[in-house]
Write a protein that binds this ligand. Sequence first.
Ligand code: NDP
Length: 346
Amino acid sequence: QKILVSGANGYIAIWVVRTLLERGYSVRSTVRSADKGKHLKGVFKDYGDRHEITVIPDITKKGAFDEAVKDVVAVEHVASPVTLQADDPYELITPAVNGTLSILQSILDHGISVKRVVITSSCAAVVREDPEPLELNESDWNEQSLEILEEGGPRLTGLVKYRASKTLAEKAAWKFWEENKDRVGWDLVVINPPYVFGPIIHEVTTPSSLNASMLDWYNYVAHPTHNFESQEFLATRGSNFVDVRDLAEAHTLALEKEDAGSKRIIVSAGVWKWQDFIDAANALSPPPKLSKPLPKGNPGAGSSNPATVHMVRFNTDRAKQIFGIKYRSISDITKDVLADFESKHW
Ligand code: NDP
């Protein structure tokens, strides 16, 4: 049973590929250039011809995935730009939306054996900013990012541009599916993760080339170089998290669980503040051997402080019911990531 995974050289997707291979599936990985496939090929060399790589230089092009979707039973569409530094919002929106529509159109036209399509959306497509703390679930949509996109101006930050790209891409996927569901042999599952942290197995030569979420983690927890490294910042800034390995497990279960069909599913382990990861790092015994001393911040001032406020929490009942994953904790992530950084001599 062969599964197509797009953007397979990325931080999350390579874990999806690995989990699928470990579970006995064959995988066709797509990357944008042959060069980007080299590391991937090396990582999975022991799987022989159960792992293959297809180069698709432009995922937004009509028919880009026509060949790649032939003979696969499912698709995991993970590729999408992740940066909070974009100038023009359409640098993000065009590949996010058109990449999604192009893969869906190829599946519609040529994916005759496809039974399920899983799309990696994000909690970026769920959240909104509000003066009051919120508890959100799968019925919530980030309309706020679309309103700000339309109005432009200073509220259209890099984060909002990214959130708009994920919201528009996910909306486009559901619309496409609604319009075509009566004539296709597959259903759609959308996974909405919050911040994803955990060890790195994709190609990263220097810390500065880390993917966006792990670059933040590196900067705040392992190598405090940032001006924001004030005690207050570390104790008050945070969001929700999931370990990359648990997220890869969710992507695999999303293929296997009948109940997942036609649902968006928030996959989140809970809330965090930077101080929580810093405390977990300082509690490690023996301490990790890194090239810089760990920050201390204000120990205990994060989530373990009863006065700490989390502006967004997610109701994760749906994921619990359908996937039943036992999530890795902040301590598990910290231990494994710092061991990974140590092995890289960072
Ligand atoms: P990475 O940056 O590590 O991976 C992104 C992948 O998408 C890469 O394969 C990249 O290819 C590909 N990609 C980026 N831009 C384009 C483009 N214009 N055309 C084609 N392919 C492109 O990020 P992550 O692994 O963190 O993210 C993967 C997915 O998970 C994304 O959909 C993201 O929105 C989602 N997500 C991530 C979260 C996180 O905290 N990391 C949280 C929630 C959702 P290339 O290497 O060639 O640029």
